[in-house]
Design a protein around this ligand. Structure first.
Ligand SMILES: *Cc1c(COP(=O)(O)O)cnc(C)c1O
Length: 222
């Protein structure tokens, strides 16, 4: 299993453009496997639960150059812990949460890097801004100076075929470009966090800068 983790990492790495950051999604993955991925060169790991992440982060304290990314739905009461534990939050999915994170970041004197999670197509099963909602909230988001808003994160609805998935990713890139061209004083749109094990090749084709891969690196979680 362990040699296969490093083999998969090496092979996926070599297939990705060097500009694309490979983030290993280590939710439900034991720390031993995280260490193997680290040995194979991974320095970016993503978790989706604060509690689970906290114990792993404690166990992996001897690896200080890991960058931790939070990718799960974040409840307000966990926002403080999220900011303390994660320099990157990809799943900022509504204005209220963004405001809370901004206040906490100020109190804690940190400036987390965040992506805004957007639903390019309507999807009742996911959280995130719809495109019109996001565009309407940008003036407010631009005031949140303690957050480094770096780009957009999206997950296509399930059940789409490949051309439809590619279309979602392309639309996400175009949305980021449109926002970029509005020249906000604070919001940046340099990152496109898109692509998981089943669709990362399409995401890369559409211009992803960060792919979040779990199963394809570590095997099935169940
Ligand atoms: C679990 C998860 C991933 C990784 O999914 P895989 O299909 O295992 O690669 C990526 N992004 C988010 C937001 C996730 O929750």
């Amino acid at each position: 299993m362990n040699s296969s983790i490093s083999e998969r990492i090496v092979s996926i790495r070599s297939s990705l453009p060097t500009s694309v950051k490979l983030i290993a999604v280590s939710k439900q993955v034991p720390v031993e496997a995280i260490r193997f991925a680290y040995s194979a060169g991974i320095r970016d790991f993503a978790e989706s639960r604060i509690q689970e992440a906290a114990s792993k982060q404690a166990e992996l304290h001897d690896l200080p150059d890991i960058t931790w990314h939070f990718i799960g739905h974040l409840q307000s009461n966990k926002a403080k812990k999220a900011i303390e534990q994660f320099p990157w939050i990809h799943s900022v999915d509504n204005l209220k949460l963004a405001q809370r994170l901004d206040q906490l970041a100020q109190q804690l004197r940190v400036s987390p890097q965040v992506c805004l999670q957007v639903k390019i197509l309507p999807d009742p099963n996911k959280s995130g801004w719809s495109v019109p909602e996001l565009l309407a909230d940008l003036p407010t988001l631009d005031q949140y100076k303690n957050l480094q808003i770096q780009g957009l994160m999206t997950i296509p609805p399930s059940g789409l075929n490949n051309p439809e998935i590619l279309n979602v990713f392309n639309l996400n890139r175009e949305l980021a470009k449109k926002i970029q061209e509005q020249n906000w004083s604070h919001i940046k749109m340099q990152q496109l966090s898109m692509g998981m094990s089943g669709d990362y090749e399409l995401a890369v084709q559409a211009g992803a800068t960060m792919v979040r891969l779990g199963t394809i690196l570590f095997g099935d979680r169940s």
